[in-house]
Design a protein around this ligand. Sequence first.
Ligand SMILES: *Cc1c(COP(=O)(O)O)cnc(C)c1O
Length: 380
Amino acid sequence: MKESTRLIHTGRAKGGKSKAVSPSLTKASTLLIDDAKDLYRSDLRTYGRHGSELHDALKLAFITLENGQSCTLTPSGLTACTFAIMACVSSGGHVLITDSVYGPVRHFATGWLRDFGVEAEFYDPRIGGGITSLIKDNTQAIILEAPGSLTLEIQDIPAIVAVAKESGVTTIIDNTWSGGVYLKPLDLGVDISVHAATKYPAGHSDVFLGAIISRTTNIGDKVEANARAIGNATSPEDVYATLRGLRTMPSRIKQQSENALQIAKWLAAQPYVQTVLHPALMSHPDHDLWARDFSGASSVFSVILTERKLDNVIAFLNALKLFGIGYSYGGFESLAIHCDPQIRRTAMPWPKPGPLVRFAVGLEDTEDLIADISQAAAKL
Ligand SMILES: *Cc1c(COP(=O)(O)O)cnc(C)c1O
């Protein structure tokens, strides 16, 4: 079956009295156990922190989406990233992290990881197989993110995976940008794929949730055990909302992507735009890598403006009426931010001067969105 069909039919209610289409939302900390001799059985669900049938349904949906073997849900996308990393490292170890990584993960790596004796080293996102020269005896994990969610570099995932496999290093990718629809990293040999389900899966800008999907049950068990040790628990309301969102994600992301590409092409022809960073455009430096490994592009992209004062960029953003000013993406509504203060690089300088604006395109009509950018551009 094709993806949209699988996502509609996976993790559904199993009949029962209610005849409901979706599994019901159960709120429980304590679970009552019929027979005292079952209290300590590890094969039974004995406590609410470990989830419910509803959680199982969403995990199955993520496993289906990513062609994985197991899934751990976490309270946010950021905890999906940090719990996955924590499961793979130990004191005295070394991790390689793409320089284009989501900012808060960089913060975790340079703070928390270092405090606990794990060395975090950042690498050029375009390093490809050259990463072999950075592998040390104590390297435990390589963190990828493709594309970088502000700067849109695509990584050579198979080349990095090949080096990691040769060296026995675990690979973790943040797959939030593609929604899991346009990139199947586990099929490319990556060990762990993490999602901010907050974004496209939940899809309505009202939920925090993360998912960690593992290529093998061995890795998945390690991730789950680590998350349990830390006290991981996710709210049934958020799990319910995310399962509902996932049903329509393939249709939403497809429409949003079409809208985004149309707007990106239009922006490329505007005099105040220096470069459009959208991997589906031939002008993108990693377009060929993207075309090889991705089956589409989502609705998040950036533009670098021709030389403009920050005041003008701020006035432009403030003048937008349909695009909200806000972090995040994957909701039904369009958003825009200016990014320069967020672009931190330590492996390589960011080579593209000029103010960078990131657009996250929603489900509004493209003509209206273009008209909105047009009128606000007067402020540039
Ligand atoms: C938003 C985001 C996260 C974090 O997700 P939250 O649910 O906001 O914690 C992680 N990685 C990427 C690429 C994101 O865009």
